[in-house]
Design a protein around this ligand. Structure first.
Ligand code: ADP
Ligand code: ADP
Ligand code: MG
Length: 495
């Protein structure tokens, strides 16, 4: 075992802070790295030491492996935590960290590499009898061959980038007439986003739910799962509301999917925290989508229902310690929901709305956790992901967690830019969400930005839309909870 004394966090914002807090509790020193745009940011102030690694664009700072390793050497750090995004799923980075004699707080470079290719991952897990979405096993380049495969699979199909991530490089094709155009787009998007134009074809599962399992392994070969997260509320194939547990899984299905997730981890000799993503169809058949070889944005909902600190578990595993729990020790306590508060305008197709947080007040109270990286008066830099915060509510039941979230959203004060807060309130109040009868098309099916544009304040309009939708349903109690007059703070929002 090799005790870690000082961790360099190769990330920024809320996740950098979240990691440093857990390290500090373990008596571990912390080093921040930052770009010139982040000089005043909270993660820099929080860390014991901080090193500037370059200009604002991430390609010149947070993505520069050699600068990060040099910062670790300069500060005598003995381990690096990559957070999520940036270099977290880059096998060259994991290798460079270990080659420099440092501990990478994450899985092996080989596991990252294998799971980084959706196609290679599918091939590897198929040997462990994990069910796959019907589709091609190899990258497709020839158009006529691709069309033949698509008709054999049956429309709708999904063209996907093998190197994909963050919802990019994915195209749904409803019929053969659109195929050529969509394939060209998918290839060019994959090339520009990932530098690799390999695409493949999958059956597009209609009315799917995104259910993922948190898994954890140690370097001694033990692997467990920490139950599922439901992440079906998405825009642009990217999550915006997550919860644990999922309201659709029976204990038997949970067990079956949990075992499949553990098999995925075994297929790549996994250690550390990882997530196995599945798609679930209406008949509760599940299919492997991909594995994310890092800590996930939405990991707090798992922490809330298990009572574990996943970053501390990651650090222990990286030190070579055995997992501090066995599968039978783990249980689900209550229900947790996370909303992602992005600087985005839901009324304008969820496009980023960068600006300054002229008012920023977090809600408080029992069962509410806010993970953020900003304070009032700070600006959201345009160079990076526009997430302001994640808010997690934990309660005994799903219903109570929803009510807590509604209360908390009302008390969250953000002005100066548009955010996803009002949209998340719309979700919490929507009959389909409340009854658990939704799929990944929630936004497309129920959310209508056109309706909002007719109104002056987007948030007010969203509340009105939520009210209208709710009232058409029988859910009297839900409807009564919707305010007919808006809290005055909404009016302060920039329009
Ligand atoms: P999660 O499953 O953890 O929610 P997301 O898909 O939302 O994952 O991505 C988490 C973060 O990582 C986001 O900031 C996203 O922009 C970034 N990200 C994910 N995949 C990639 C990728 N392949 N390249 C660059 N950034 C990525
Ligand atoms: P990424 O690497 O971008 O996260 P994923 O393969 O995890 O890509 O897919 C992201 C999202 O796209 C899923 O959560 C789901 O909503 C949708 N999706 C992916 N594959 C399918 C499929 N075969 N059928 C229907 N929806 C899919
Ligand atoms: Mg995914």
């Amino acid at each position: 075992m090799s005790k870690i004394n000082k961790i360099l966090v190769a990330n920024r914002g809320e996740i950098a802070l979240r990691i440093m807090r857990s390290a500090r509790e373990m008596g571990i020193q912390t080093v921040a790295v930052f770009s010139e745009a982040d000089r005043q940011s909270l993660h820099v102030r929080y860390a014991d030491e901080a090193i500037c690694i370059g200009p604002p664009p991430s390609s010149e700072s947070y993505l520069r492996i050699e600068k990060i390793i040099a910062a670790a050497k300069q500060t005598n750090a003995d381990a690096i935590h990559p957070g999520y995004g940036f270099l977290s799923e880059n096998e060259d980075f994991a290798k460079a960290v270990e080659d420099a004699g440092l501990i990478f707080i994450g899985p092996s470079a080989a596991a990252i590499e294998l799971m980084g290719s959706k196609l290679a991952a599918k091939a590897a897990v198929a040997k462990f009898n994990v069910p796959l979405v019907p589709g091609t096993a190899e990258p497709i380049t020839d158009l006529s061959e691709a069309k033949q495969i698509a008709s054999a699979i049956g429309y709708p199909v999904l063209i996907k980038a093998s190197a994909g991530g963050g919802g990019k490089g994915m195209r749904v094709v409803d019929s053969e007439s659109q195929f050529e155009e969509q394939m060209e787009r998918a290839i060019s998007e994959a090339k520009s986003a990932f530098g690799d134009g390999s695409v493949f074809i999958e059956k597009y599962v209609t009315s799917p739910r995104h259910i993922e399992f948190q898994i954890f392994g140690d370097k001694l070969g033990n692997v467990v799962h920490l139950f599922e997260r439901e992440c079906s509320i998405q825009r642009r194939h990217q999550k915006v509301v997550e919860e644990a547990p999922s309201s659709v899984l029976t204990p038997a299905k949970r067990k079956q999917m949990g075992e499949a997730a553990i098999n995925v981890a075994k297929a790549c000799g996994y250690y550390g925290a990882g997530t196995v993503e599945f798609i679930l169809d209406e008949k509760l058949n599940f299919y492997f989508l991909e594995m994310n070889t890092r800590l996930q944005v939405e990991h707090p909902v798992t922490e809330e229902i298990t009572g574990l600190d996943l970053v501390q578990c990651q650090i222990k595993v990286a030190q070579g310690e055995p997992l501090p729990f066995k599968q039978e020790d783990l249980q689900i306590n209550g229900h947790a929901i996370e909303i992602r508060v992005y600087a985005e305008d839901p009324a304008n197709n969820f496009l980023p709305d960068i600006g300054t947080l002229t008012t920023y007040k977090r809600p408080q109270g029992h069962g509410i956790r806010v993970d953020d990286g900003f304070e009032q008066g700070m600006s959201i830099p345009f160079y990076y992901d526009p997430m302001i915060a994640k808010m997690i509510c934990h309660a005994e039941t799903r219903e109570a967690a929803i009510e807590k979230m509604i209360r908390a959203i009302h008390e969250y004060e953000i002005t100066g830019l548009e955010t996803t807060l009002g949209f998340c309130l719309f979700v919490m109040k929507h009959e389909a969400f409340r009854t658990g009868k939704f799929d990944t098309k929630f936004v497309e099916n129920f959310f209508r930005p056109a309706l909002l544009k007719e109104h002056t304040s987007s948030t007010e309009a969203m509340l009105a839309a939520a009210l209208a939708t709710t009232l058409t349903n029988k859910a009297k109690s839900a409807a009564e909870a919707v305010p007919t007059t808006q809290p005055s703070r909404w009016k302060k929002n920039r329009v």
